[in-house]
Design a protein around this ligand. Structure first.
Ligand SMILES: CC(=O)SCCNC(=O)CCNC(=O)[C@H](O)C(C)(C)COP(=O)(O)OP(=O)(O)OC[C@H]1O[C@@H](n2cnc3c(N)ncnc32)[C@H](O)[C@@H]1OP(=O)(O)O
Length: 287
């Protein structure tokens, strides 16, 4: 994907990491340069549009404005300097972020968790199946100190499911009632690597509970059973402290709750009647 400006100056590194401040680490030159900031916004908006088009979505789930209002991280991969075009080109991007979710384990018990989620992923059509997606994904895993089986994926496309199967052996999804997909190993007790605890940040506005990234694309307002039975609607759900401190203090982050609680908390196992309702609910789940 080419732009009428030098993306090397805009993005800096080959894989640039962008957070809500829209200032890629490693970019050369002054930190605040209006033209570079505007160009970065253009790059993010165009990538978001291309990804939405590739996935057949009615609207982009990634834009500069949405980045500013969420604690997500974008990994943007660019071409080598001077290869093909003197201005270099953008190859693709991967967007991740932590979300509070209710997830079902193998036994059908509900677990409250806050996993790192894959929210949007795109490689330019002309460059797919050349290993660039894997390069981006590997960079993200290393940077976030994350194992692939600990990720939740927001409504993965068939291409992404094939990608995860091929590169990470993720082929046994655990059925969920929301649109997130998790895989075998998500609930395993394999110890996660030690992470530096995040620094405290002032309280910020609390986001709706378990709100999938793409929910704004749907008209459906009511969360699926059984989550519509808890304290009212999504915004009224219980919240465990402030949201995870994010990239202002960028550094390794723990997958655990900020209150030190177990990151995956079983809510209930359910009785027989509940299991039957859950089974029928699972049958209704869609993308
Ligand atoms: C949560 C979400 O973001 S869901 C949306 C995911 N994004 C999309 O579907 C947008 C369109 N697709 C893409 O942009 C890319 O194909 C990505 C991002 C999914 C993968 O990036 P790529 O650079 O193609 O991946 P990479 O080259 O590293 O790996 C290739 C593997 O990915 C999978 N894959 C990539 N393209 C396809 C395809 N057209 N059909 C089936 N599988 C595919 C395959 O497993 C492939 O291996 P193979 O060629 O041996 O069959």
């Amino acid at each position: 994907m080419e732009f009428p400006f030098d993306v090397v100056a805009v993005l800096g590194e080959r894989v640039s990491v962008v957070d809500q401040h829209l200032r890629p680490a490693g970019r050369r030159g002054p930190a605040h340069r209006g033209d570079l900031e505007q160009q970065l916004r253009t790059v993010i908006d165009e990538l978001g549009k291309a990804s939405a088009k590739a996935q057949g979505l009615p609207a982009p789930v990634t834009s500069a404005a949405r980045m500013e209002s969420n604690r997500h991280v974008l990994y943007i991969l660019r071409d080598a300097e001077g290869r093909g075009s003197s201005k270099a080109a953008v190859i693709g991007f991967l967007k991740v972020g932590y979300k509070k979710l209710f997830l079902l384990d193998h036994s059908g018990a509900h677990n409250e968790a806050e996993p790192l989620c894959v929210l949007d992923f795109y490689v330019h059509e002309s460059l797919q199946r050349h290993g660039y997606g894997r390069e981006l994904f590997q960079h993200m895993l290393k940077s976030e100190r994350m194992e692939p089986w600990r990720l939740a994926v927001d409504r993965p496309s068939e291409k992404l499911l094939a990608f995860l199967r091929k590169h990470y052996g993720l082929c046994h999804p655990i059925p969920q009632v929301n649109n997130f997909v998790i895989f075998e190993g998500f609930f395993s007790n394999r110890p996660a690597p030690q992470r530096r605890p995040p620094q405290k940040r002032p309280e910020e506005e609390i986001k709706p509970y378990s709100l999938p990234e793409r929910d704004f694309l749907r008209e459906e307002a009511e969360p699926p059973w059984p989550f519509n039975l808890t304290a009212g609607r999504a915004g009224g759900s219980p919240v465990r402290g402030s949201l995870r401190p994010f990239l202002a203090e960028r550094g390794p982050r723990r997958p655990t709750g900020t209150d030190g609680a177990d990151p995956i908390r079983t809510l209930n196992g359910g009785g027989e009647g509940e299991r039957q309702r859950r089974a029928s609910s699972l049958g209704r789940a869609g993308r």
